[in-house]
Design a binder for this molecule. Sequence first.
Ligand code: SF4
Length: 242
Amino acid sequence: MTEKWNITLRVSRQKTNEPHHFDEYKMEVNPDEYVLDAVERVWAFMDRTLCYRHACHHSTCGACGMRINGVEKLTCITPIRAVTSDGATLKVEPLRNFPVVSDLAVDMGSLYRNMEAIGARAVQPVTEAEIENPPSTWNKDQSEYTRLSDCLECGLCISACPVALTNADYLGPAPLAAAQDINLQRKPELLSLVDCEDGVWRCHNAFECTAVCPSFVDPGRRIMNLRGQVISLKFRSLFGKA
Ligand code: SF4
């Protein structure tokens, strides 16, 4: 027989020009369902004004990131059983450190812009002619087309990051993790972007990013690794070996 729990979903609500508040929705769930299923049940059967982001439902798109009881999670792979208990309340809030568009949906633009700035483009624009006849540079400099493929660009790391909370100009864990994969020696403009006060040196080694990353990117370790690369390049240039 399917196990049933009664839970209360306490959902953060915020519309333009309206004060922030929480709405509560009582529901019966199978504890092996996922948190996203419970959020969707609210929208489908209780409140059609609830706004949230989702797409693939299998942890590939990174769209359904939210704070569950204060901790960043991909809601499509977070079983209800893992974050609450029968008769208890489950608090659902939008990611931090991004502007709220509506309720649980945030504007992820700053993450995409920073990924683009460091050269890890989510989409590489090409023309039809280039596909027919690939330019020679495609073979010469593959780093131009490299991106950190494990990163879902879900933004959980940015939301959990205590530095991003206090400094909107910080490049952030995911972009810095992606920069670690790019050959800095061949990209002086990238080196100056990460080697500055809003780049690798702003990180406080809290490793909150690594703790919440659902894709084992381990951005904290990658940022430390990137620091090592920057220091090594500086030493090399000091001794004329760059
Ligand atoms: S590094 Fe991890 S937590 Fe950060 S955006 Fe990429 S997948 Fe999400």
